[in-house]
Design a binder for this molecule. Sequence first.
Ligand code: DX5
Ligand code: ZN
Length: 229
Amino acid sequence: MEKEALIRPSLLAADFLHLKKDMDGLVRSKTRFVHFDVMDGNFVEDISFGEHLFLPLFERYHKKIGFDVHLMVQNPLRHLERFYALGAREISVHYETISDCLPALERFKRAHEDLRLGIAFSPETKTSLVMPLQSLADFFLVMSVVPGKGGQSFIPESLEKIAMLDYFRKSNALSFEIMVDGGINERTGRECLRKGADILIAGSSYFRSEDKEAFVDSLHRSLADGTIE
Ligand code: DX5
Ligand code: ZN
């Protein structure tokens, strides 16, 4: 069966003065999810946005587009519970923040079968450290930039991480998905897909494109026309 490339635009790069326009554009561009980057000014330097922005957007758009919440916060469990209560069903927490709350995180995941949980990991974290969490993770989020800011350049070593996760998945007949976040454009996106990535998060490259629908289509097409096997 043909593999489908999925681009998820990151709202962090949207035009906050015209969020409605950008959200409507996302719906039109046929991306299936919007990526919602939550930063607490603690795990990362910046503060982005949180539950108060999520709720009105979710209420208005959740029937048209899925929300994927990326928690770059020091207390992931508390925010995971809150975003889940608000309706989010696809949420990622950072490996670097969960050592204190791992048993509680496992309990929460077991008790909420409709939650798709992601384990994100930063460039300095080795892939071999996150692999043992495969039974908890519906997906791994490979951070291909240092978390905390949009518009950075893709870190090439991330490609090895994707390949390693893909090999681990295939050789153990596992089914987690591999997402990549940071510095994705048409070129780096294709390289990630070639290494086995399933979903690409794109902030700046998507929102800076003149023709956003064409940008999404172009990566999707590159699979269909055999550019990527
Ligand atoms: C970085 C965020 C990313 C970011 C991606 O900390 O997690 O989701 O918005 O933005 P670009 O595509 O500009 O690297
Ligand atoms: Zn993100």
